[in-house]
Design a protein. Structure first.
Length: 308
């Protein structure tokens, strides 16, 4: 059956049909800075994946994302079909299953979350985003515990304290402003130098001096977000086509489309917060591991089982 556009209908269905919420800390998490849903999204996906993607996209934050809960809300597809669709959406770059360490003190526990993106992203983007998410302080989760009523304590008796010598008040140090990018020995910025070396890494991306100057500001934004020259070079040269007709246009497009997310600013409050650990789950077998070990949301054994 041909389906022209399922997304608007699915959004209305997801908003009206009750869908179970996950336990606190679990469930759906949407990545930030997403564009508004267009009239016809997920058009490049097959009908089943487009149907499931439109329904998941319309679910609220914290909705249950396990296969059984999604299958109960899908009259057209069972659990096996929903599981296959989620796996395909992970390969397409729309979601990642992640285990996060949540809580504080003796209440620390592992929770399973599904990070969802309406826009499909490649592996490099997901690795950078999950690295930033791992070092971001965990939000305080709402609990149903009621704080005990305050009990008035007897007023303490006054205690004589000997006079102390006056202390020297040290003015508070201002936050250091971001410094300009250091210049290389030839007087070139790191962004310009990294662009100039692309042609030596792969001749298909050889840029002229004028091209490097025109793209310098876009590449400098990558360095401002915490990446180095090796990361930038790998992101621009990975998976090149057999031939590149316009190296300037190709690099400009990748600089815009693969721009990594901005890391959270480091403050004294966040420095005292313990870094929470994070592991990605394989969308096929559920095996946990570091984000760098997964390609398209799959672990190595599941990728090797894929047909050629």
């Amino acid at each position: 059956m041909a389906v022209s556009d399922l997304s608007p209908a699915l959004r209305a269905s997801a908003s009206s049909r009750p869908h179970p919420k996950a336990r606190p800390g679990y469930g759906k998490r949407s990545v930030p800075e997403q564009c508004p849903p267009p009239e016809a999204d997920f058009t490049l996906l097959p009908d089943r994946e487009r149907h499931i993607a439109g329904y998941v996209d319309a679910l609220p934050e914290g909705a249950a994302m396990d296969i059984k809960s999604l299958a109960k809300s899908q009259p057209l597809y069972g659990q096996m079909a929903v599981g296959s669709a989620l796996r395909a959406l992970g390969v397409a770059g729309h979601l990642r299953h992640v285990r996060c360490l949540s809580g504080e003190g003796d209440q620390v526990r592992w929770v399973t979350r599904t990070f969802w993106s309406r826009t499909a992203h490649d592996n490099e983007w997901w690795i950078a985003y999950l690295a930033a998410e791992e070092h971001h302080p965990a939000p305080q989760e709402a609990t149903e515990t009621v704080a005990p009523a305050a009990v008035e304590a007897p007023e303490p008796e006054p205690v004589h304290v000997p006079a102390q010598p006056p202390t020297l008040v040290v003015p508070q140090q201002r936050t250091a402003q971001p410094q300009p990018q250091p210049q290389s020995r030839l007087g070139l910025s790191p962004a310009f130098a990294a662009l100039a070396r692309l042609g030596r890494t792969d001749s298909r991306l050889a840029l002229s001096a004028a091209d490097c100057a025109a793209l310098e500001q876009a590449a400098a934004e990558w360095f401002a977000r915490g990446v180095d020259a090796d990361y930038l070079t790998h992101a621009l040269t990975a998976g090149l086509p057999a031939s590149v007709d316009s190296p300037f246009g190709f690099v400009r497009r990748r600089l815009r489309d693969k721009l990594p997310p901005r890391l959270p600013a480091t403050t004294p409050a966040t420095q005292a917060t313990p870094v929470r650990r994070l592991m990605v789950e394989c969308t096929e077998c559920g095996a946990p591991g570091r984000p760098e070990a997964f390609r398209d949301g799959l672990c190595r054994p599941c990728r090797e089982l894929e047909p050629a």
